[in-house]
Design a protein around this ligand. Structure first.
Ligand code: 5GP
Length: 107
């Protein structure tokens, strides 16, 4: 069965898309820890991020950096943090979270 994120990529589940390219897709997290909390995913469905091929992994990092730089310009913040959790959705993804201070976080 396709993951929720594959369904998002295919347009079967709506998302607020930030950007995409041939292999990667970025969209807002439905339950954000801060305004602008974005998820970057490979379109290829692989559960654990470290199981991606080296090429796909590096491609995801390169894509995430471009998205993070764009977020930093668009949203007032000290910096954009990046984290990988992956406990809820079995489709590799990177969280990009604009950070201001701990009080602004929704953890
Ligand atoms: P993790 O797997 O890294 O623990 O968390 C998965 C993240 O995906 C969570 O922050 C959750 O809010 C987000 N998420 C889960 N389902 C959806 C969805 O259908 N749409 C969007 N935009 N985000 C989702």
């Amino acid at each position: 069965m396709a993951s929720i994120f594959t369904k998002i990529v295919n347009g079967e589940i709506p998302s607020y898309k930030i950007t995409e390219d041939e292999h990667y897709y970025a969209f807002l997290d439905i339950n954000p820890n801060a305004v602008g909390h974005t998820l970057c995913i490979p379109k290829e469905e692989v559960d654990k991020i470290f199981d991606l091929s080296e090429e796909a992994y590096i491609g995801l990092m390169r894509f995430s950096r471009k998205v993070a730089i764009a977020i930093e310009k668009a949203i007032p913040c000290q910096r954009v943090g990046m984290t990988v959790i992956g406990l809820e959705v079995p489709h590799a993804h990177v969280h990009l979270i604009p950070l201001q201070n701990m009080e602004s976080m929704n953890f």
